[in-house]
Design a protein around this ligand. Structure first.
Ligand SMILES: [Zn+2]
Length: 385
């Protein structure tokens, strides 16, 4: 059975131990300060006898250390990565604090905790979490941080332990972590020794997860790093708007409105231009012997959709047939006036089918695509004859 040194001293970072077992890449020690993944808190990293520790697993009785490299026999010097561990201690103690305050203030119960690489989350059950609750809990939690209350660890008999935030189903001895005057929780994790060491609590986004609300939070150095990143992102936005940071939302809203109005104007102008081009093309296209004007437009690339309005305005003048061909992808468009005697849908369908393509439409407007450029030339020939 491994003696868990972190149970009684979360601040122990260097220690010596004896190797008492090996299996695959796992090394077992008689005692360890390495925290194994458990209760939402990730494992510690560091070194054992000069070999890097890349994972620590809790096997119940024993703790296995996965190492990259050879670990000598005999007493070994061990060191845990303190920056990583201390960060976990800040986040984990912050979680106890937040869970207690959410429960005290709004009766919201924490049902799970996850400590990720960037941020941590708790899942809360009870009423939906409203923004005002987040503001209130964040304010209250930070107040308790300023009060620098002691965070203690005691071993108590499970049968006699009273006032735990969440009843424990463990038997025998419980490890009870308490925040003075606020919280008592059975927990095997590592914690800072006063609330002041949590540094600061920052609540961020919430997310609905089945019956619970997931609340993201950051403590200590993470909160400061995040606030710094937020500031830089907001500063860049503010520079683009030549505005103060607090004016960015209003500036963005105003710009969006201007942009929507601009798009509306552009759409109207495009229609006006199409009408003008359609009428102009009609005027400069001489009528054939049958009095029908036939216009052909060729595009190398682009979009036939853009020509639909021109086509409509051309044929709206009467006695008109409008044909457009796009080289890439090879496709055709045909519009006809009712008095032209040409059914655009039937003609396009027949012509593109003959060229191995697909298409169709109604009697006045039809569109089709053909497999290759040569087929396009043949289709165009037939459409304009
Ligand atoms: Zn804990």
């Amino acid at each position: 059975m491994t003696n868990r040194l972190y149970y009684t001293d979360s601040y122990l970072r260097d220690f010596t131990a004896r190797v008492v077992g090996r299996a695959d890449e796992l090394v077992y020690l008689d005692r360890t300060a390495f925290y194994p993944t458990s209760g939402g808190q990730p494992f510690d990293t560091g070194s054992i006898g000069g070999a890097a520790v890349i994972e620590v697993v809790d096997e119940g009785e024993r703790i296995g250390h996965r190492v990259a490299g050879a670990v000598p026999d005999g007493p070994v010097d061990c060191a845990i990565d303190w920056a990583r561990r201390y960060d976990h201690m800040q986040q984990h103690t912050g979680q106890h604090l937040l869970s207690a305050v959410f429960e005290e203030a709004f009766g919201l119960r924490t049902v799970s905790f996850h400590l990720g690489a960037e941020s941590a989350t708790i899942d809360l059950e009870g009423a939906p979490v409203e923004p005002r609750m987040l503001v209130e809990v964040e304010r209250r939690a930070n107040e308790i941080i300023y009060e620098n209350r002691p965070v203690g660890v005691r071993f108590e008999s499970a049968a006699e332990a009273q006032g735990l935030r969440k009843a424990s189903d463990r038997e025998g001895t419980l490890r009870v972590v308490s925040i003075d005057g606020l919280d008592r929780s059975a927990c095997g994790g590592t914690h800072v020794r006063t609330t002041g060491e949590i540094g600061v609590v920052l609540l961020r986004k919430t997310e609905k997860i089945r019956q619970a609300t997931r609340v993201e939070f950051l403590c200590g150095a993470r909160a400061v790093r995040r606030a710094r990143a937020d500031f830089e992102a907001l500063s860049k936005s503010a520079q683009l708007f030549s505005a103060a940071l607090d004016e960015v939302p209003a500036s963005a809203a105003a710009l969006l409105e201007t942009s929507r109005a601009g798009e509306k104007t552009a759409r109207k102008l495009a229609l006006d231009l199409a009408a003008y081009r359609g009428r102009e093309l009609y005027a400069e296209t001489p009528p054939g012997a049958d009095g029908v004007r036939r216009a052909v437009q060729r595009l190398d690339r682009g979009n036939l959709e853009e020509l639909r309005a021109v086509a409509q305005n051309f044929t709206a003048q009467g006695k008109g047939v409008f044909v457009a061909a796009l080289a890439d992808p090879p496709s055709v468009l045909m519009a006809t006036s009712a008095d032209s005697g040409v059914d655009a849908g039937q003609v396009v369908k027949a012509v593109v089918a003959a060229a191995g393509g697909r298409g169709g439409g109604n009697a006045r407007m039809a569109q089709g695509s053909v497999p290759a450029a040569e087929a396009l030339a043949a289709a165009l020939e037939r459409l304009t004859s």
